[in-house]
Each structure stands twice: as structure tokens, then as C-alpha cells.
Design a protein around this ligand. Structure first.
Ligand code: SF4
Length: 456
């Protein structure tokens, strides 16, 4: 399977790629399947069961709401975030749901959307079971889905993301960092050129570049909106947004700039994105929603503070960062429910570090080194969101991950690319660490900060 850049970076909505976007997509897929097989009109009831991590942190992550609007046909890429609240209110007040927006049936949410907190489906902690019933409660169809991180879903016993297998093999397939470097050497390509060539085997270059710049526009819009908002984020924690104040302090201060203002800017960019994500706003999943602030924060850093930064650098950054994301997705996981936060913030830090070196025109070896450093110092990072909300520690953790990514890039740029620990070794270590990590630290809110910090 060769992944596309546009599977690593996707326009979506907050607060979680695995717990919001994946379930929304799965719910929609299920009802689309009913329609395809002429079963939609016969459906008189729908039942949804959420298992494992989805059941344990689903309410805080908006999984229930995502499933409801997904059943009505909403997609994360296109749904208007402001339309979700009214749709949920209508479904809950009326006790009725419009499957795909066209077939309305009764829906008793407490009885038909169940959180199976003590059970999990076999393949992954983020399991869902959808059942459609017809006349006399006859089962028309029952299907399991898994939300496997970054908004990716798998149905039943599917091996891979269904759309990925349908593409023609690209000219430069790679499955490891070593292979990627070898291909670059063999063909005289930079990493971003190789990834671009792969993408261009699936779509014209003009379209690929336009889509990359669109992602960058969505990232910038997210930061700008995050700077303009105020007040508290949704949920029991009553977390106050910090990005708007930081932005005002940075732009309105009359004191001379301090040496670490750059760090304040990086922090502010990351907080802006993750506060928007926590509020259910429009973000670019990069590679997950929980870690969506790091790539945009480092890209903003690049454009604001690096001399000679330009749009071509943004493209180099995104293509290279995506290549690193593909390696993690293929050889480990980008799911917090499988890997803990090293699979989200750790991966995003590694991607952003590599992207920044690419934008600064470092060598392929320096890029690989930066990606390795970005992960090495996130190994073992647990996932323990307080109250199941993607807020504490998630928002601040993106700021820390962004600063770490900038530092990883600088460390790599000061060297010649030679180093002891390879990217492949650190990815293998991350996978093993994730497998050994207790379940309580993997997006279940049963350990760590989630049990030591009072919810209100
Ligand atoms: S702690 Fe990390 S992995 Fe867990 S929800 Fe927050 S950002 Fe995601």
C-alpha cells in the first residue's frame, strides 16, 4: 500500500481524528452501503455500539455527535462546523434521525447509541458496530468498523484502507526511511521531489500543488480564527483560550522584542490551532487532530522567521513531512489508542522537524536525522486526556511539540546528517513502546493526568 500526502493531511473538524472524524466517516459509510444495496428505505431502526477507547472517551471527544451527523450523511471534510450543533439539537429533541438526509426514522439515542465501556472489538481499541433493522426488528445488516487513527477507518476484516489499495503503484514506493534515502540517492531526487513524483502519478502536478496550498490556507485560517476567538472552550474543564491573549501581547507590546519572542510565537500558533480543534472547528489533520497544531506552528515559524522563506518552501515542507507520516503510519501507528501520545504529538513533531529541514533545503540525511530526533525525545509519551477532552494536556503539548520540532531541525541542520540512531530504529522503538504501554495510558482516560487532575 502506498499512501498519499492527502491521506496524511486532511481537512477535517475537531476535536479528534480517531474519535470524531473516523466515527463520522464510518457512520456515513454504513448508511451509504445500505443505500447502495437498496436497504435504506427498509431500515426502521439503527443501533450503534461504541467499544474500547471510543466508549471510554467518546463523549469528551464528540464521538456520539459525530456518529449522529455521520448517519445523516455529513463528512468531516465538507461539513460546516456551525451546522453540527443545530442538527444534534434537532435529533435529540425530535427523537428522529434522517439517514443520509433522505430517510427519516425514529431514533432513541439512550437506547440506540450505546457506549460499551467494558468491551472492545478484537482488532483495535476504537471499534464500532452498526446494525440496521427492518420490519419485525429483522437485522438487515450489521457491520463493524474501526477508527485506526488520523481519520482512517477500516471495515470488518479489511486489511487496508479501502481506497488506498485501488490506486496504481507509484514510481517510487518506499516502506522505510532507509529505502526512501536509497531511492533519493539512486535517482538523484530530494525527498520532496520523490513524494511529488509519486503524487503526480495519481493526479496532475498543478492539482497536487493547488491541494497542498489549500491545506496551507486552511491551516492559516485556523490560526487566524484561533487568534480572534475568546472565552472558554466547551466542556466541564472550563479551559480558557490562551492564544488570543498571547497574540495580543506579541503584537501590541511596546517593549523591545526579547530573544525568546520567537518561541512565544511558535507557542501561540500551536495553541490557536488546538484551541480551535478543541472547540470543534475546522483544522487540518496533521497527522491527527490532537496533534494538529504542530505542523502549522512550525510552518508559520518558517515563514515568519526564516530569511528567504517562500511558498515553494511550504510545498517542500508539506511533502517531506507527509513522507515521514507515511513511514509512521505504515510501520507503527498514528493512533493515540494504540501508541499513546508518542503516536500523535511525537509523530507530528517528527514530521514537522523533517519538513522544516526540507524547507530550509537541508540534505535528505539531515531530514531523516531531524525526523529521528523529533521522535526520539517523545518516546514513551502517554495519552491521558483529562475528562476525555482533547484539551489537557493536548493543547499545551502541541506547543511543546512545536518548539521541540524547531529544535530537532536545528540540531540536524548543525550536523552533516550522520548519526547513531536511524529513523527506522526509532519508529520500531516507538511501536514496541506503544505495544508495551499499559492500556490506561492509551486514550482511555483511566491513568496519568486523567485520574490525578480533578475534572472541575
Ligand atoms: S494526550 Fe496526545 S494522544 Fe492523547 S488525546 Fe491528547 S493529543 Fe491525542
Amino acid at each position: 500500500m502506498s499512501l498519499s500526502v492527502f491521506e496524511i493531511f486532511k481537512v477535517g473538524i475537531g476535536p479528534s481524528s480517531s474519535h470524531t472524524m473516523g466515527p463520522m466517516r464510518a457512520a456515513r459509510e454504513f448508511v451509504l452501503g445500505l443505500k447502495r444495496d437498496a436497504l435504506l428505505d427498509a431500515a426502521q431502526q439503527i443501533a450503534v455500539r461504541l467499544y474500547g477507547s471510543l466508549a471510554l472517551t467518546g463523549v469528551g471527544h464528540g464521538t456520539d455527535r459525530a456518529v449522529l451527523v455521520g448517519l445523516e450523511g455529513a463528512e468531516p471534510e465538507t461539513v460546516d462546523p456551525d451546522s453540527i450543533e443545530p442538527a444534534i439539537a434537532r435529533i435529540r429533541q425530535s427523537g428522529r434521525i434522517r439517514l443520509l438526509g433522505e430517510h427519516e426514522i425514529a431514533f432513541d439515542e439512550p437506547l440506540q447509541l450505546l457506549f460499551m465501556r467494558h468491551e472492545r472489538l478484537p482488532r483495535h481499541s476504537n471499534g464500532m458496530r452498526f446494525t440496521a433493522l427492518g420490519a419485525q426488528a429483522k437485522v438487515l445488516r450489521e457491520e463493524d468498523y474501526y477508527s485506526v487513527g488520523g481519520g482512517f477507518i477500516l471495515r470488518g476484516d479489511e486489511e487496508e484502507a479501502p481506497d488506498a489499495g485501488a490506486r496504481a503503484p507509484p514510481p517510487y514506493p518506499f516502506t522505510s526511511g532507509a529505502e526512501l534515502l536509497a531511492l533519493c540517492r539512486e535517482h538523484g531526487l530530494e525527498i520532496f521531489e520523490l513524494v511529488l513524483a509519486n503524487e503526480c502519478s495519481w493526479a496532475p502536478e498543478k492539482e497536487v500543488r493547488a491541494k497542498l496550498l489549500h491545506l496551507w490556507e486552511v491551516m492559516q485560517a485556523c490560526v487566524e480564527r484561533g487568534f480572534r476567538q475568546s472565552g472558554l472552550l466547551p466542556g466541564v474543564l472550563k479551559v480558557r483560550r490562551r492564544a488570543p491573549r498571547m497574540y495580543r501581547m506579541l503584537t501590541e507590546s511596546t517593549s523591545p522584542p526579547g530573544p525568546l519572542d520567537v518561541m512565544d510565537w511558535v507557542n501561540a500558533y500551536a495553541l490557536a490551532v488546538n484551541e480551535e480543534n478543541a472547540a470543534g472547528g475546522r483544522v487540518v489533520t496533521a497527522p491527527t487532530n490532537g496533534a494538529a497544531g504542530i505542523v502549522p506552528a512550525v510552518l508559520h515559524f518558517y515563514l515568519r522567521f526564516e530569511p528567504g522563506a517562500n511558498q515553494e518552501g511550504v510545498i517542500r515542507f508539506l511533502l517531506t513531512a507527509a513522507a515521514m507520516g507515511m513511514l509512521y503510519k505504515r510501520n507503527a501507528s498514528i493512533s493515540g489508542a494504540e501508541m499513546g501520545c508518542q503516536g500523535e504529538v511525537g509523530v507530528a513533531c517528527s514530521m514537522a522537524a523533517a519538513g522544516l529541514v526540507a524547507a530550509l533545503q537541508g540534505t535528505a540525511e539531515q531530514i531523516e536525522n531531524a525526523a529521528e530526533i523529533g521522535m526520539e525525545h517523545n518516546l514513551g509519551l502517554t495519552c491521558d486526556p483529562v475528562a476525555g477532552l482533547v484539551q489537557i494536556p493536548c493543547i499545551e503539548r502541541n506547543a511543546m511539540g512545536s518548539v521541540k520540532a524547531v529544535n530537532a531541525a536545528r540540531l540536524a541542520m548543525r550536523g552533516d546528517g550522520t548519526h547513531k540512531v536511524s529513523l527506522d530504529q526509532v519508529i520500531a522503538t516507538m511501536r514496541q513502546t506503544g505495544a508495551d504501554m499499559s492500556t490506561i495510558y492509551k486514550e482511555t482516560s483511566q491513568g496519568g493526568l486523567a485520574v490525578n487532575v480533578p475534572e472541575c
